[in-house]
Design a protein around this ligand. Structure first.
Ligand SMILES: C[S@@+](CC[C@H](N)C(=O)[O-])C[C@H]1O[C@@H](n2cnc3c(N)ncnc32)[C@H](O)[C@@H]1O
Length: 341
């Protein structure tokens, strides 16, 4: 499986836009067409770590949320949310988040945000991307070999040396969190993950710049060094690259309001909700409900019509047609005639 099955719509090929969601029954205005599951990978940006519930993504106008778990560096709006989170993550997940939190505390002086950097340089080419990941894979391989033959004392030294020497000193918590959440989901359901995530529209050159590419490869290496041994088989360049390539054209922004609010809190990958194409005159509105999404018809939709959302949020809706098209080209990789989409 990958595309969702529904009596209301089918996922089909559409002209010049890959697959899309086509109504297979008449949908009256306000029909809830689809509700998503939890994200397969997501990040809540570090700057909001005390303000956004790690389970349901609720945000209370910048107030620090009441339930704080210092071992993992996350907050929750209620004890119930905290218990759900612990249950969903399981022992391995909780352990991995603890390790990441300790690592970030240790490295607090070299924390950076590669995604926040302006796009000054050209995007890396496919060859540059391939070379960077090949190199990262080699380094990870030698680190694993050294680690598997080292005593506990020596293992700590190997990690320390690796962290000091091989990579840029920078540590990007947002990339690390996004990758770790996706790696954990992969470790929990490898086959389902493989079909759902790998089936998404992929951007093979998703990196904003060479420093961004390097930050992503470094994050993979850092996760190789710090995650529990049991999780290591899932910490691979393939899994990380799939997560990065998929996010570029499929991620949903997590905003503070139920629709597009003013605070951009993070983003998530929702594979089964990723088949809606863009239209500047959408007939479907999406709304975040906790950590999931609901898609609702905003007018009557006939059988055979394509169900489209808008990929543009907030101020972007006010852009001119030319500006919109350039934004869609830059961030979503497509050009569409304004009269069609
Ligand atoms: C979230 S996916 C939508 C599903 C996608 N069509 C597929 O086959 O998996 C986003 C990608 O779909 C394509 N797309 C979405 N809306 C489009 C449009 N109006 N015109 C052309 N391509 C579009 C672009 O390639 C975009 O990066």
């Amino acid at each position: 499986m990958s595309p969702p099955i529904s009596g209301l719509f089918a996922v089909q090929d559409v002209v010049d836009a890959g697959r899309g969601v086509i109504a297979i029954s008449s949908l009256s205005q306000d029909t809830v067409v689809f509700k998503s599951e939890q994200p397969s990978a997501h990040v809540l940006f570090r700057q909001y770590r005390k303000e956004v519930c790690a389970r349901c993504f609720s945000y209370d106008r910048g107030r620090t949320l009441p339930i704080r778990d210092n071992a993992i560096g996350k907050v929750f709006c209620t004890r119930e949310c905290q218990s759900w989170w612990v249950e969903e993550q399981g022992r391995l997940g909780s352990e991995a988040w603890k390790q990441l939190h300790s690592f970030l505390q240790l490295k607090s002086k070299v924390i950076t945000n590669a995604h926040g950097l302006p796009m000054l340089a050209a995007k890396p080419t496919r060859d540059e991307v391939q070379a960077a990941w090949d190199e990262a894979e080699d380094r990870a391989g030698s680190m694993r070999r050294e680690l598997s033959s080292a005593s506990q004392f020596k293992a700590d030294k190997v990690l320390q040396r690796a962290l000091q020497q091989s990579w840029s000193q920078a540590v990007d918590p947002d990339i690390l969190s996004y990758l770790l959440s996706g790696i954990l989901e992969y470790a929990r359901h490898p086959e389902q993950w493989q079909t759902e995530v790998s089936d998404l529209a992929m951007d093979e050159t998703p990196y904003r710049s060479i420093p961004d590419l390097k930050a992503q490869c470094d994050s993979f290496l850092q996760l190789t060094a710090i995650t529990p041994v049991e999780l290591l088989p899932s910490v691979t360049p393939q899994v990380c690259q799939t997560l990065i390539n998929a996010a570029s054209h499929n991620s949903f922004g997590i905003h503070s309001g139920s629709e597009d609010g003013d605070e951009y809190l993070g983003y998530g990958l929702y594979p089964e909700a990723s088949y809606f194409n863009h239209s500047c005159r959408p007939n479907i509105a999406k709304r975040r409900v906790g950590s999931a999404w609901e898609f609702r018809a905003i007018r009557d939709i006939d059988i055979g019509e394509e169900c489209c959302i808008t990929y543009l949020g907030g101020d972007e809706k006010e852009l001119t047609v030319v500006e919109r098209r350039s934004r869609l080209k830059q961030f979503w990789g497509f050009e569409s005639p304004p009269d069609i989409h």
